[in-house]
Ligand binder design. Structure first.
Ligand code: FES
Length: 576
């Protein structure tokens, strides 16, 4: 039974339904249109359920069912559920990139919470940007909130081999481009890949962000690792619905759960999972909404001392289903308990330490012991230098170690169209030591910072067996991707960052152990190039894209809108 801090009269929804006036009478009466009498909801907390389901989100196809299970839990606990559909941001179908719309969903969810008569909210997310967007909104609004992760899909299979989303498609696609397999074989690979509802089942952005939401304390313990179609997932959905009702009475809000230690915990877990490079951008943005300053140096400090223990693709060899059977996120937390702040709070009202009590690790090859890690440092490293004064990232565990210290001549593509047109040109002056550079693909340049950062290996090199090269860009890379890809170069080329000044033939020097990325070009020459540089045309003069380009911050700042992570809180709506 919830320890009640709130009385019925204190509930936010009472402002809509409680008073004996014309407007509140109308609110009560209008509920009859949907078949609810006053008795159905009187005296109950109203629980918003933000559902990111749509026919265009392939990963959330089970949300139609899950929302009913959440509602059941809300009813069981004495609440009244209200489903609120929101932009679904299906990663596969939305172009140019869901990243263009992460802030759109964050704004939409914030306003959905603000303008409706709800006392607490369930956040249904999973596919890449949905998780950070929903957390950003809930931290800003600071009503009791609980996140329900979509969960990963089942393992893929092809010809007796297990397949991971993205990671293995990209590998087979390289073979296809090299002429090693035909189109029919490739279609069969793809056909065996997506076997159920749920998110990508490697440690991509979705699995990373679901794990980090749980680590932050915003989801029920153990929830983020459950495969989407496992019956335990349905049970978890119902339990989530029950829990949010109690959270309302307890007045357990994000600001009472989230601290700096929560974000350090999330960073430790991110590094130990070999998590998606996208997590840097999202965690910085989410922390900003909680009023916590997180910077790239903090990630690197934690990365230096956190080994990768999650033996999961694309860095390792297993998939999320294996991770679940091995003990899941709580198993990993047990391994790392000395490095986590176990006093951090969670949506249970207890601590992270309480959440991992009694957890067993069932497979030491999936959740590796501390003394035999997959890699001695964290999955992601932060680099700086005259090419990226404000930083950039590399997933060092997914890069060929021979490139960790490398120098080579730049081959520059001025944008993605130029890259597509020339990468397979037989006359391109490229060899395996070249450094491929993509400009104008960042937050403003693209716009929306798409996942173009795993630049394709030129076909003529693929045919010679080359499968990795050093690649540099100001865009992102799918969390499922791999290779020596240096991403999120900040400031981006479109605002005149040094990336815009690189020219063909410049010597690029990469040193991951020493965390540097430089071009061997004198300051005087860079100044000369800067004077001649002109910005590319603005991506749009109207609509959301124009708003985005005008207000988005750079990658190292989290790519939130400047007006959303600063300024006075928006007042509660007046009710007339
Ligand atoms: Fe939805 Fe990968 S496409 S999680």
């Amino acid at each position: 039974m919830a320890k009640r801090k709130k009385k019925l009269k204190d509930l936010r929804s009472q402002r809509w339904y409680g008073p004996e006036d014309m407007r509140a009478s109308s609110h009560r009466a209008r509920s009859r249109q949907m078949g609810y009498s006053t008795e159905d909801f009187a005296g109950k907390p109203r629980i918003g359920i933000i559902n990111t389901w749509s026919d265009m989100n392939t990963c959330h196809s089970h949300f139609k069912q899950r929302v009913e299970e959440i509602k059941r839990g809300v009813y069981e606990a004495g609440g009244f559920p209200i489903e609120l559909p929101a932009m679904s941001l299906g990663e596969i179908m939305v172009k140019p990139s869901t990243m263009l719309y992460r802030n759109f969903l964050a704004m939409e969810a914030e306003e959905l919470i603000r303008c409706h008569p709800i006392d607490g909210v369930v956040l249904m997310g999973g596919c890449d940007k949905t998780t950070p967007a929903l957390l950003m909104a809930s931290f800003t609004m600071d009503l009791p909130a609980i996140y329900m992760p979509a969960g990963p899909m089942l393992r893929g299979y092809y010809a007796g081999e297990t397949l991971g989303s993205g990671t293995d498609v990209l590998r087979y696609w390289a073979d296809r481009r090299a002429g090693l397999i035909d189109q029919e074989t490739f279609e069969n690979v793809i056909g065996g890949l997506s076997r159920s509802a749920g998110t990508c089942m490697v440690m991509g952005t979705a699995a990373t962000m679901m794990s980090l939401a749980e680590t932050l304390g915003m989801a029920l313990p153990g929830s983020s690792s459950i495969p989407a179609v496992d019956s335990s997932h349905a049970l978890m959905a119902t339990a989530t619905g029950r829990r949010i009702v109690d959270m309302v009475w307890e007045d357990l809000r994000p600001s009472l759960i989230i601290t700096e230690a929560s974000f350090d915990n999330a960073t430790v877990i991110d590094m130990a999972l070999g998590g998606s490079t996208n997590a840097m951008i999202h965690l910085i943005a989410v922390a900003g909404r909680a009023g916590i300053k997180l910077d790239l140096d903090r990630f690197d400090t934690i990365s230096r001392k956190t080994p990768v223990l999650g033996n999961i693709k694309p860095s390792g060899k297993y998939l999320m289903e294996d991770f679940y059977y091995a003990g899941g996120l709580r198993g990993l937390m047990v391994r790392l308990k000395e490095r986590l702040d176990l006093t951090a709070k969670t949506v249970t009202g207890g601590t992270l330490g309480d959440s991992i009590q009694g957890t067993t690790i069932y497979n030491d090859d999936v959740i590796l012991p501390l003394d035999t890690p997959l890699y001695h440092e964290g999955g992601t490293a932060i680099l700086r230098g005259n090419l990226a004064p404000d930083g950039c990232v590399i997933k060092q565990t997914a890069a060929d170690p021979k490139f960790h210290q490398h120098q080579g001549k730049a081959i520059v593509f001025k944008d993605y169209v130029d890259l597509s047109a020339r990468i397979d040109d037989p006359n391109l002056d490229v060899d395996e030591n070249s450094v491929l550079v993509l400009q104008n693909a960042g937050p403003i340049g693209a716009p929306g910072m798409p996942e173009w950062g795993m630049l394709p290996i030129p076909k003529k090199l693929l045919k010679r067996g080359v499968r990795d090269m050093v690649r540099i860009s100001d865009c992102r890379m799918s969390g499922t991707a791999y290779g020596t890809c240096i991403l999120h170069v900040s400031p981006e080329a479109a605002v005149g960052g040094p990336l815009a000044l690189v020219q063909d033939g410049d010597i690029i020097k990469l040193d991951v152990p020493n965390r540097t990325l430089n071009m061997d070009v004198s300051k005087a020459e860079l100044n000369r190039r800067k004077r001649k540089w002109t910005p590319p045309p603005y991506p749009a003069s109207r609509g959301y894209t124009a708003l985005f380009a005008k207000h988005v911050t750079q990658a190292h700042e989290g790519c939130d809108f400047d007006f959303l992570h600063a300024g006075e809180p928006t007042p509660e709506p007046l009710i007339f």
